[in-house]
Design a protein around this ligand. Structure first.
Ligand code: T4K
Length: 407
């Protein structure tokens, strides 16, 4: 058997999907926000109100950007209102146009940030071992219209950066990284943020490090930083002087204050995520058909996504049925990033045959299950979640039958 089953979950009849009471009273979310020292944050809010300086590059944004540069060891950091706008600004500042190669297995914002500005995202398959863009296929997708590659450090695990840099340099393409998941992670001992032409982080509420909404474009390229800075501020270079099309990408002071507060607790957030990751490993590694993603612990990581691939053959029950079982227990597990960008509009209509060229994306998207973690999730919660999964797997046929008969 697979270790001790939690007392509540010794028998199939206790599952909520079979009529039992839900395991949790309140929903257990995949990524509740981590929140640092409230007093420090509230004091900063008071300071902002006293300053009467709420946005437009105030002192909190300035300090936050300087601290991020120091933490990451990068020359330039431009905070933004969210990572989607950050990707749009970075793409425009880099002069991306025509076609840009992106993984299909990512959050839709990666593709939309390009399509929004008339750039064609060309979907590339992933390496099934890392879930990141496959450099070998990138090479095959390059055409005379290709201007760049956008790699995504999915789950905070870096892309094959060296291979992508080599291709980009040889084929004279721009290389941008969507580092939405990878704040606080390193690649070969160097912090993510230092690679490609630029990298973009997300500080959304659901990320392990948040500024409510927010993000940052980071780069070591002076000209690119200067250009992105102008685009972030409507195209202004001074009072009454606009030199190009820009947008409003600014971060507010209150978001920067949240960032400064949460930076102080960053190590705690990582420690808790790492503890949770190992708790899941202990509970699920021996469960048939459950393949947890691995984090390379010789590098810095944030452990913020607890992603599992479920092999329906080995487990006797598929990912979608397990989601139903978990949701009935108020465990709101997710299927990030099913069904893949190529199966969402407008790409689904534009490229109806894309799935045939993305077999590994398709396979992983059909198996992926993302479980709750973060500072709102305790080891006891994890034991309960894993107890539910064990009972569902041990009684797979009956659970499947119940789900089928109840639609
Ligand atoms: N690139 C990649 C690879 C990304 O994953 C993302 C965003 C981006 C780019 C774009 O970054 P941003 O423009 O967002 O900065 C969420 C987030 O909205 C999104 O930021 C994130 N990736 C994506 C993976 O997940 P949803 O639609 O799944 O979020 P939602 O509202 O269902 O929330 C997720 C969970 O968190 C729920 O279980 C509820 C809980 N929650 C949520 C919020 C907002 C809370 O407990 N408190 C909260 O305040 O997209």
């Amino acid at each position: 058997m697979w270790g001790a089953v939690k007392e509540k979950f010794v028998s199939i009849t206790q599952l909520a999907i079979l009529g039992g009471a839900p395991a949790f009273e309140m929903p257990l979310h995949v990524g509740r926000p981590n929140i640092g020292d409230r007093q420090q944050f509230m004091a900063s809010v008071g300071q902002i109100l006293d300053n009467r300086w709420l946005t437009n590059f105030g002192p909190f944004v300035g300090q936050f950007e300087r601290e991020l540069c120091r933490f990451l060891g990068v020359k330039h950091c431009l905070t933004v209102c969210n990572a989607t706008i950050g990707l749009e600004i970075a793409a425009r500042a880099l002069g991306l146009a025509g076609e840009v190669i992106v993984p299909a297995f990512t959050f839709i914002a990666t593709a939309h940030s390009l399509h929004w500005q008339g750039i064609t995202p060309v979907f590339c398959d992933i390496d099934p071992a890392t879930h990141t863009i496959d450099p070998a296929q990138v090479e095959h997708l390059i055409t005379p219209r290709t201007t760049g590659i956008v790699g995504v450090h999915l789950w905070g695990r870096p892309c094959d950066i060296e291979a992508l840099q080599e291709i980009a340099a040889r084929r004279k393409l721009k290389l941008l990284f969507d580092a939405a998941h990878a704040f606080g992670c390193s690649y070969r001992g160097r912090m993510i943020g230092n690679f490609g032409d630029a990298e973009v982080f997300s500080f959304h509420a659901t990320k392990f490090f948040n500024t409510f909404e927010g993000g940052a474009i980071v780069t070591n390229d002076d000209d690119l930083a200067r250009h992105a800075n102008i685009i972030r501020d409507f195209g202004f270079t001074g009072y009454d002087r606009v030199v190009e099309v820009g947008t409003n990408g600014k971060m507010t002071e209150v978001c920067a204050a949240m960032g400064l507060t949460n930076l102080r607790s960053l190590d705690d957030f990582v420690r808790i995520n790492r503890r949770n990751y190992h708790a899941y490993r202990r509970e699920l590694d021996a469960l048939p058909g459950f393949h947890l993603i691995h984090y390379d612990e010789s590098e810095r990581g944030n452990f913020q996504y607890m992603a599992v691939e479920v092999d329906a053959q080995e487990a006797g029950i598929g990912r979608d049925d397990l989601i139903k079982v978990l949701h009935a227990e108020k465990v709101l597990a997710r299927r990030y990033f099913w069904p893949g960008c190529h199966r969402m509009e407008p790409y689904r209509t534009l490229y109806p045959d894309a799935a045939a060229t993305l077999p590994r994306t398709e396979a992983v998207a059909d198996r992926i299950l993302v479980l709750p973690t973060g500072s709102a999730v305790s080891e006891e919660d994890i034991e309960t979640v894993c107890g539910i999964l064990r009972v569902a797997v041990a009684n797979a046929a009956e659970v499947r039958q119940r789900i089928t008969s109840h639609g």
